[in-house]
Design a protein around this ligand. Structure first.
Ligand SMILES: [Zn+2]
Ligand SMILES: [Zn+2]
Length: 291
């Protein structure tokens, strides 16, 4: 199983961190989790294409996880996709997916007629509401949705992925989630969001101390995420969804290492974890992921 971080940012714009997106690839499945801003560029940048993705999974109804959905559909069609897109998402996201397709229906019809491509099947989308506890199987990949706590945005899901004897957990956006800790116990890799509180001072005209507190309260803080990894007993931790996207890396790593003794990686767009080989790569950077 390979886990590729395609977008490690948040709504605040960063030239280095795209919107939320993670790819899980196995011998017979490729699943994209979320489709935040820049996901299609990152797919191509990491040697993949939307056309080859078997399914899209959406964690929750927040724009930074969804805004490039239609670009994903069109670009994948241009890459030769000739099969419909299964979209597994919370019931609250179904109207957004179906509504997006409806809003752009005339645009699509013109493209189909004018561009004369071999198949229009890649432009079809089927929605499948996620239910907590009901597993999804795609190829050799077993996916367990876990209801996490991102209220007032509900439902929101994290996921446990199992294939080839390996386990990866993707938190989605959540407060510290006991159900996720329980479901992911003993994982090989935990990909978890993080809110770096000390890097988020109030700024007059932009955000008040109350705004920062409210946003922090439905995420997992940097002084909590190491405890989550330790409680889960994951072998390695990759941080993603950085709020804010620029921060003191050494301070963050030191903070997390206080609670979690295993390897911790500051996620970057394009960083790939190979759970079969037990290594991690990003550009020229190579390291052992698992001992
Ligand atoms: Zn988010
Ligand atoms: Zn969110």
């Amino acid at each position: 199983m390979r886990v590729t971080l395609l977008g490690t940012g948040c709504p605040r714009v960063s030239p280095h961190r795209g919107g939320a997106a993670t790819l899980i690839a196995t011998a017979s499945a490729a699943v994209l989790i979320d489709c935040g801003a820049g996901v299609t560029q990152r797919l191509v940048e990491t040697g993949r294409e939307g056309a080859a993705v078997d399914a899209l999974i959406v964690t929750h109804l927040h724009s930074d996880h969804l805004v490039d959905f239609y670009q994903l559909v069109i670009s994948s069609w241009h890459q030769g996709r000739a099969r419909p897109w299964p979209v597994h998402c919370p019931a609250t996201v179904v109207p957004l997916i179906e509504g997006t397709m409806a809003l752009w229906a005339a645009e699509r019809a013109l493209r189909v007629e004018w561009e004369q491509r071999p198949s229009a099947a890649g432009l079809d989308v089927t929605t499948h509401p996620i239910e907590s506890g009901r597993r999804i199987t795609i190829g050799d990949l077993e996916i367990e949705p876990v209801l996490v706590d991102h209220a007032p945005v509900a439902p929101a899901f994290g996921f446990v992925f199992r294939a080839g004897g390996r386990t990866a957990v993707v938190s989605g956006d959540t407060r510290v989630s006991e159900p996720l800790i329980a479901a992911g116990r003993g994982a090989d890799l935990l990909v978890h969001e993080v809110f770096i509180h000390r890097e988020m001072p109030a700024i007059p005209g932009k955000r008040s101390a109350a705004s920062v507190e409210r946003v922090a309260s439905y995420h997992t803080r940097s002084d909590e995420v190491g405890q989550v990894a330790a409680a889960m007993g994951t072998r390695a931790l990759a941080l993603t969804h950085f709020v804010p996207p620029e921060f003191d890396r050494a301070a963050l790593l030191a903070e997390v290492a206080r609670d979690f003794a295993g390897p911790v990686f500051v996620g970057e767009d394009g960083m790939e974890f190979d759970l079969a080989n037990g290594d991690v790569a990003h550009g020229r950077f190579r390291a052992r992921l698992l001992g």
